[in-house]
Write a protein that binds this ligand. Structure first.
Ligand code: NAD
Ligand code: TDX
Length: 332
């Protein structure tokens, strides 16, 4: 099968390409990515000469370039997006352009060229926020209630994907996944920002009171979920994907990482101004994907966290050149 991966130079896309080519060495992947600040071809260095992999620099909002590449493939797995909530507060319009218009342009091309499968990678943030200290979780029936411009743009893109299925009969699937962590994540995001701050002798910046809860999932568990949905799910279906069995708040995550790095807690945490419209809690009920497709996370949070901290310790040459740039947005 010939698969177009959009946004394959980003965090999840690059991990997915490594995963897919290892599991499906006979398939062919075209990585179509604009290489924004978030696209790092260094993450794909080890496979750049693989004859089953090729890279095209291009913009998903450019219909002509999209038509050209889509005409060459059987299926699309769509990761490309503006993905950082804090950036969507500073500069929301690019989120509308890339995440909404870009997705629609891809759907138009999928319609025109009779694409067999279109998988849309989405987020649990479309559902809004849950209260602290409750057992409620997001599931496939939860109403959309996005708060940030990022979440609103992803919600709109999900609606477009379903509309193209219902109206034009495009074969689509959607996954709404929780917070990913793992190798090759841009140091702008909480988990790698925290680890690389500590490795650089700086403090972890904790927003507000730190009692915000995210449902952490390792990126390779996410890749496996996408694989199962893409290959085996019914067309038009949606799956929620998450990893945690109990709530762990941001402050507790920071304490775990500080401990893994052998640092002193009192000297390693700085509470900073909160994010506007900060969602209090995310938690995902992944019963449907478990029952229908047999998916479950491979390891628990603490084991994956330890592996992830080790990866950033051992791969300073990957994150160091990105660190200054990623910190510069926080000065705004
Ligand atoms: P990322 O920001 O690390 O990577 C995004 C990639 O898209 C980059 O390589 C960038 O260059 C590319 N891109 C941006 N605009 C483009 C355009 N106009 N044309 C072509 N390429 C473009 O993002 P990520 O964290 O890897 O997220 C990937 C997808 O998964 C996104 O759709 C995101 O909404 C979704 N998602 C992310 C998480 C998470 O925790 N990171 C969780 C659930 C869902
Ligand atoms: O320095 C920080 N300190 C801090 O306390 C940063 C960067 C974040 N935070 C908090 C905000 C959130 O409560 O940590 C939590 C995680 O923040 P992010 O890494 O920015 O992730 P989040 O806003 O939860 O969104 C992420 O998960 C869902 C991804 O960025 C999205 O792309 C994905 O859809």
């Amino acid at each position: 099968m010939k698969i177009l991966v959009t946004g394959g130079a980003g965090f999840i896309g690059s991990n997915f390409i490594h995963y897919w080519l290892e599991k499906h060495p006979d398939d062919e992947i075209i990585n179509f990515d604009l290489l924004t600040y978030a696209g790092h071809l260094e993450s794909l260095e080890s496979i750049k000469d693989n004859p089953h992999y090729s890279f095209i620099k291009g913009d998903i909002t450019d219909a002509k370039a999209v038509d050209e590449v889509v005409s060459k493939v059987d299926a699309i797995i769509h990761f490309a997006a503006e993905s950082h909530v804090d950036r969507s507060i500073l500069d929301p319009l690019i989120f509308t352009k890339t995440n909404i218009i870009g997705t629609q342009i891809l759907l138009e091309a999928a319609k025109k060229f009779g694409i067999k499968k279109f998988h849309h990678v989405s987020t649990d943030e479309v559902f809004g926020a849950l209260p602290l200290d409750s057992d409620t979780k997001f599931n496939e029936e939860t109403s959309y209630n996005p708060h940030s411009p990022y979440a609103a743009s992803k919600a709109s893109s999900d609606h477009l994907v379903r509309a193209y299925h219902d109206t034009f009969g495009i074969s689509v699937t959607i996954t709404n996944c929780s917070n990913n962590f793992g190798p090759y994540q841009d140091p702008e995001k909480f988990m790698p920002r925290m680890i690389t701050n500590l490795l650089s002798g700086q403090k972890v910046k904790v927003y507000g009171d730190g009692k915000y809860v995210r449902d952490w999932l390792h990126v390779l568990d996410h890749a496996r979920a996408i694989e199962m949905v893409f290959l085996n799910a019914a067309q038009g279906s949606t799956y929620c994907v998450g990893g945690m069995t109990k709530d762990v708040n941001n402050l507790e995550v920071a304490q775990k990482v500080i401990k893994l790095l052998g640092k002193s807690e009192s000297e390693s945490i700085e509470f900073v101004t909160d994010r506007p419209g900060h969602d209090r809690r995310y938690a995902v009920d992944w019963t449907k994907i478990n029952k229908d497709l047999g998916w479950e996370p491979q390891y628990d949070f603490d084991s994956w966290l330890e592996k992830t901290v080790k990866w950033y310790q051992e791969n300073e040459s990957w994150w160091k050149p990105l660190k200054e740039k990623s910190e510069s947005i926080y000065k705004k």
